[in-house]
Structures are given as structure tokens and as C-alpha cells.
Design a protein around this ligand. Sequence first.
Ligand code: ADP
Ligand code: NI
Length: 231
Amino acid sequence: MPPADTPLVQRIAPIVRARFEGEGSGHDWHHIERVRRLARQLATIEGADDEIVSLGALLHDIADWKFYGGDETVGPREAEALLRDAGADDDTVLAVTDIVRTVSFKGAGVATPMRRLEGQIVQDADRLDALGAIGIARCFAYGGHAGHPLYDPAVPPVLHNSAQAYQSARSASLNHFHEKLYLLGARMNTATARRLAEARQGFLREFEARFLAEWAGEDLAQCLLRDTETP
Ligand code: ADP
Ligand code: NI
């Protein structure tokens, strides 16, 4: 069981909640709550600082670079302003803004190393929420929000080598499985997250296989074949 919320966390949480309630691109308050819960559980297992992990999780999406024309400085600046307003000390501000600055995935060929264990844990928890059944729902919610097609058989996935190329890509949501989601397991920082990621990625593979089978009409063919086999 993680410890009780500190006064600083109690001051920041409602501000973040008010800002993200009802957000429609898959970055809503419930995403932040899930990331915080999972990150605190990982923190207990790994022996990380619960307050820094909580604040990092609460503030990790505060001003995502994707929604600010690729500007990576808005998030850390907003996080700092909120933390200072709530009375955080310099060390806390430094640790949490470092997490906000480095948490995001920026393309298959772009490394996003995290210095501190607390940041590694928030990054793992955020990435785990992009996998499994919830991850699939968020992927298509984001694609819909951005106006991307579900799938286009004529457009293969691309492994982006720069944050710019990744950010400006308008590929189909199913391509995102290959462009990001299947790459996450190997990039997890903690062993527990890696195990969880592998299980969640397995579910994505099943979903993709079924999606493509339905697209190709294979399930109807199998259904009809079964009819002819019954005596
Ligand atoms: P992270 O914080 O790990 O960088 P993002 O903010 O990039 O996560 O993504 C948030 C959610 O939106 C995730 O579930 C992610 O997979 C999904 N997402 C991001 N970009 C795309 C895209 N181009 N197509 C479909 N889903 C996307
Ligand atoms: Ni997030």
C-alpha cells in the first residue's frame, strides 16, 4: 500500500483534475489517475520516492508537446509554475520538471532516457496505459481526435527517426501499433513493467490479427467452411 498523499500532492491533484476532466483524446483525468496508481505501485516495489512519483504522474501530460506544435518547453514551465504556487521546494521542482520534460515517446529511433528512478517509473506507467485493452481504446480515440483513418492497407507503418517526423505523421491508427506500441515492452525501465507490457502487447497482437482477418473477410470464409463441415 502506498503512503497517504502529502499536502503538496493534495494541492496539485484537484488543479490537474479540473483541467483534464472530460478531455477527449485519451489524455483525460482517468488516464492520469491510472498512471498515478500504477506508478505508485511500481514505486513501492522499486523503493522509489512516492511524492515525486505522484507529482510526476499528475503533471506528466500537463502541456503535451504534441498539442503545442512540438514545443517541449511548455510542459516543464507549466509544471514548475503550478508546483511553485503550491509551495514546492527547489529539489522537488527540479525532479518533477525533469520527469515532465523526458516522459514522452518521440519516435521509434529517438531515445528518451530517464535519469531518476522516479521518472523511469512514471514513464513505465504512462507507457503501460498505452497497451492492453485500454491502450487500444486510447489509440483509436486519439486517431479519431486527430482525424486519422482506422487503417489503410495501402500505407505501411514507418519507424520514425526524429521527433519531428513522428509528430507530423498522419498515419492510420493501426499503424501506430507498429510505430510505437509494439516497441514499448523492450523500452520499459523496470522488470515488473516489462513483464506487464509483454502480456498487454500480446493482447494487441491478437486484436490486430482479428482486425485484419475481418478486414480480409477471412472470418466469414471460416464460418461458411464450418457450415459445410457440419453433418
Ligand atoms: P506518451 O505520453 O507515452 O508519449 P502519448 O501522449 O504520445 O503517450 O500518447 C497518448 C495516447 O495516444 C497513447 O495511448 C498513444 O498510443 C496514443 N497516440 C499517440 N499518438 C498516436 C497516433 N499517431 N495514433 C494513434 N494513437 C496515438
Ligand atoms: Ni500520459
